[in-house]
Design a protein around this ligand. Sequence first.
Ligand code: ATP
Ligand code: MG
Length: 460
Amino acid sequence: MPRLSSDSTASSDILPDPRVIPRDRHDVSRKQISRGALRVLYGLKDAGFRACLVGGAVRDLLLGRQPKDFDVATDATPEEVRKLFRNCRLIGRRFRLAHVIFGPEIVEVATFRGTGNGEADADRHVVNGRILRDNVWGTIEEDALRRDFRVNALYYDIADFSVIDFVGGMEDLEQKHLRLIGDPATRYREDPVRMLRAARLAAKLGFTIDSEAAAPFEPLGHLLADAPPARLFDECQKMFLAGYGLASFRTLVQYGLLEQLFPGTAQALANDESGSLRAMIERGLAGTDARVADGRPVTPAFLFAVLLWGEVAQLAARLQAEGAARSLAWQRAAHRVMAEQGRRVAIPRRFAYAIEEIWALQPRFAERTRKRVFRLMSHPRFRAAYDFLLMRADESAELREWGEWWTRAQELSPDELSASLAPKTAGGGHTAAVTGKPKRRRRRARRGPSPESARPNSQD
Ligand code: ATP
Ligand code: MG
């Protein structure tokens, strides 16, 4: 058996006797477990292997929540798993796993990991305290120890339907508390993304982060700068697009982790004296959460456009103040912000392109000639850009009016809208909400003209 003592988690983290909660003393029932996960669990058991549901699924079921995905832990090796299931793929090099596929469902099957023999082991590669490869098989107790939080190390054993707690996870669940297994600083050095996972799980579950688990955020948060940007993008999707984005954002701000992930946004928020940027971001996140709750689609592009808006708007204003023309200033600001952000969080190109388009369309909401209104409305990104405009309502009274104008414009039939708009001149005046005309255009609005000096918005 591999040694335990050389690692961050020691045998002292293991309860002297594992707490076994028999089937009639907990709320996990097989009815709540997906068909695919049950097939995998029984398939392994029938072949003579040990098989348990583990991690977030057990945690969520005990909390009465529907798990997002089901992970299985077993003493079968990935190759043995593959021999048992036809629909199985082995993935990963750093962390080898089996995926068993049932239509749209993927059940992740991981072999119990041991803690290895420190840095000398060929299957476990540790550099400067960071785990780069972990393919040392071990016992179920060791597997529990290498997990991140105590609440994530509970096992549901298909052999007798009991829940097994090796590390005190049940106690934390009852107290709604997140504690790390082992020494927090060492565990974050091994994998800095665990800091984000702490914030994310606290937000998702409404748990508090244990003070010992939160204490290293400040001294070690900077390690996130070296985390792989593609992994941080995945983590961002889980934080912001899974229905608890607003809570995640607030938790990141509360623990000083936002600046590690979105340094420009944290800076823009520090400059945001009126609080309108914070209100805008929170509105964007709440809107996304509501869409997730309704089962409507959400895109990372909109969300990143919201999160990075403060930075891009402040930079564009500065470039303009330094003499750059408006559209050039915006273009440069957008490119610079996306390039900087891309070094932390790898935003795939297609989303980056969409983000820049959402920003670029914002000034065009000021243009109200017939031709331009119809052109903007038929733009493929119109809807996202319009939703974005609504998020910005707190920036100025004028922006609020723009939002109202475009809302009404979409309620009219094309003929009605066309009739209400001047062919060339701005305005059209079918409603008192028609304001915010582009500058240097003569206005003929019948009602409610905005003051001559009014500028459409901060970016114009
Ligand atoms: P969610 O409900 O959002 O999926 P989760 O806890 O299930 O949350 P996963 O990423 O699905 O998160 O991970 C499954 C399990 O794998 C975790 O519960 C934990 O036991 C273990 N795990 C995941 N990431 C890490 C990590 N970085 N370090 C240690 N253990 C981890
Ligand atoms: Mg999970």
